[in-house]
Write a protein that binds this ligand. Structure first.
Ligand SMILES: [Zn+2]
Length: 68
């Protein structure tokens, strides 16, 4: 299953590190305000191994956070 993003919106995203060599392996992380940019190439990068995590869920924030 793949997650699709609309462009230029904020989502709450959960992502899992699938890199078995990483200390975060198998752990699920939540990004409370993930910005989708163009709606493509939306990645969550592991802070340890720098690999892209598998995005599990993306929930559109409602309301969207205010951007100054
Ligand atoms: Zn990692």
């Amino acid at each position: 299953m793949s997650v699709t993003f609309q462009p230029a919106l904020y989502y709450t995203v959960t992502a899992r590190d699938n890199n078995e060599a990483c200390s975060n392996s198998g752990q699920v992380f939540t990004v409370p305000e993930f910005y989708s940019n163009a709606g493509t190439n939306c990645f969550v990068q592991c802070g340890v191994c720098r690999q892209h995590m598998e995005i599990l869920t993306a929930t559109l924030l409602d309301p969207q956070p205010e951007v100054s």
